[in-house]
Design a protein around this ligand. Sequence first.
Ligand code: MN
Length: 478
Amino acid sequence: MGLDELTKCLREVADWLSRSKVAKGIVVAHFDADGICSSVMMAQLLRKLGISTALWCVERLAPSNLGIFASSPYDLLAFVDVGSPEFDTIARHCSSRNKRVLVLDHHIPPKPAKQEVSSKAVHVNPWAFGVDGCREVCASSLVYALTKVVDKEAVALSPLAVVGAVADGQDGRCRLEGFNRDALSDAMDAGLVSVEEDAKLLGRETYTALEVLSRSHPFLPGLTGNREACEKLLTDLGVSGSTLWKHVSKNMRKRIVEAAQRFVQGEIGVEVAACLWGEVYTLLNESEGYMTRDAKEYGFLLNACGRQGHFELGIEVCRGDRDRAYSEAVNVFEDDREILFYGVEKVLESIVEERFLRYYTLPSVIPTSMMGAINYMIATSRLSPDKPLVSFVREAGGLRVSIHCDPQLADRGLDVSKAVQTLVSRFGGTGGSLREYGGALLSGGTKKDVIEVLSAVFGRQFDEVLGAAYSGSKTRDA
Ligand SMILES: [Mn+2]
């Protein structure tokens, strides 16, 4: 068990791929930054192995798309950053059609993870090796580790692995670990990425000091969206808000972050506040003034492309386009931020308080693909620090449920993945999750049914793991 065993397994996978003798493959990935980065690396690897490769990103694997992929003209279906929860179904669909399947995912599998390297279908997931797929391995660093086994020039891709890891929030404990750290070390040794200390806020490369605070991610209560408060904080320190963040001296940047930490004290978790300053990653081959120069900004750019329906722009950016695709991607990012802030505001108005959870139904003016991002923003803003946040939207395929829980609650034992598994087994459908967040598309059940089941599951978790004293005792007006 552990990272060494996982590496050994990747060697077997590389062998399996080299022996597979297939001509045409397709890479199917999650549409977020980690999915986009890992898919670009995977496609490049397959091409190196002489497999002509198409690339597609999905919001999630619905049973309907599984059928479509299985009956597609490709001999090899490679799923990255998706597929663990659906592995059995995928393998069944494909074995009858004599196709090969490879799944490289880090989401918690629905049942105790087991590793499968059969002649036709291969499933690799860090959890099966006792490796934490929320902290040590993301899809990008997993695919990068596989690429390294096969390709001597893989190191050129190491910055993408770092971007994927940061975008998936795997640097949330202030630094990268496991495979993510290995990719970072490779990138540093090759002079592709430098590590320094700075604000772990969005916009280090392209935002002004005012924007870093007022458009911040994570959300800083009282500062994010409040230009006046941000102006005042900066003026008190003698900094002009219109100065680019990176042109502010390092000493002053630190002082601004410390002032922001004091400002939000008590409003956000102690650990979250501490991590507002820490390790950040600069992609040294990228030109200054581009979002691609900072790993976090790069990841946010790709995330926006994916959920706004333009994953192809993200792919072109990953492949090196800094011209047309890049500028279009930046436009998509700007629109995405606007919709996101608007969505957060709308959602906060419609949250309903239950004993063990809060929930809302996505207002119809917000695109459904934004739901995860809105929840992530709310969860990382600590606007629901004591209970999981559940959101609903009715879609053609059924009822879509998304659940986010505060990182500190997850650290203390609350587990969203168990809740998602219960929903899927009770109401049918598909789901995927990590400890802190997850989602499902349920074929049966109403909103009321789901709230009932989730209240029971989370109620039990609160009692068993966090102690009865904690359960529902803290309420907060939403
Ligand atoms: Mn991922």
